[in-house]
Write a protein that binds this ligand. Structure first.
Ligand SMILES: [Zn+2]
Length: 197
């Protein structure tokens, strides 16, 4: 029985890894443009924290949208919106983990995610948990930081700077673009956390 953390290599999931020390992390290449950098970041974070990490590649770029697949506009939605992305990732993690002793899939949702995407809301998380519970394995889903802002999570986790430095936040590219919601949130979070220290 083990907890499996979806580790993208971004700030939120890296902090959860440092905070709660899951037995295993999973990095998924689902066809997102920054997949190479995310894998590099996730591997480095896991290595720093001495947590084992596994990798899955399932190219879902054909059903993606937003900055994670192209620079085309997503009319009326946040620029990084990808339909059903968390549903997809939780499903892949659960499907991968069910035969490997996983009883809980953890994800890095933080407070405020639900304002940008429906799949960051408590209602979504409760629904996914219920959906997994009625299936084989009765896995659970948890989002331990769903009530914390990223800067609060960062402080709570006590992640060290050497681990934090490896994280990758850009939605657009393997080299941070500096001008996407991921890059902007990273700067705002690190600045806010510095003030709170
Ligand atoms: Zn960026």
């Amino acid at each position: 029985m083990s907890r499996l953390l979806l580790l993208s290599g971004g700030l939120d999931s890296a902090c959860i890894a440092a905070w709660l020390r899951p037995e295993l992390c999973l990095s998924i290449n689902y066809g997102q443009r920054p997949a190479t950098a995310e894998r590099r970041a996730a591997d480095a974070v896991a290595r720093q924290l001495r947590i084992p990490i596994a990798h899955v590649t399932v190219d879902a770029s054909a059903v993606g949208s937003g900055l994670l697949v192209s620079d085309q506009e997503t009319a009326g939605r946040p620029t990084e919106w990808w339909p059903y992305r968390n549903q997809l990732l939780i499903t892949l993690a659960a499907a991968w983990g069910i035969g490997r002793g996983t009883h809980e899939v953890m994800l890095g949702t933080v407070a405020g995610d639900g304002e940008r995407h429906a799949d960051g809301t408590p209602a979504f998380l409760e629904s996914m948990a219920a959906l997994l519970r009625v299936q084989e394995g009765r896995l659970t889903v948890s989002a331990p930081a769903q009530d914390l802002q990223t800067e609060e999570l960062l402080l709570r986790s006590q992640i060290d700077d050497a681990t934090l430095a490896w994280t990758h936040s850009c939605h657009r590219d393997n080299i941070p673009c500096g001008d996407c919601p991921g890059c902007r949130k990273r700067v705002a979070t690190l600045t806010a956390a510095e003030r709170l220290r």
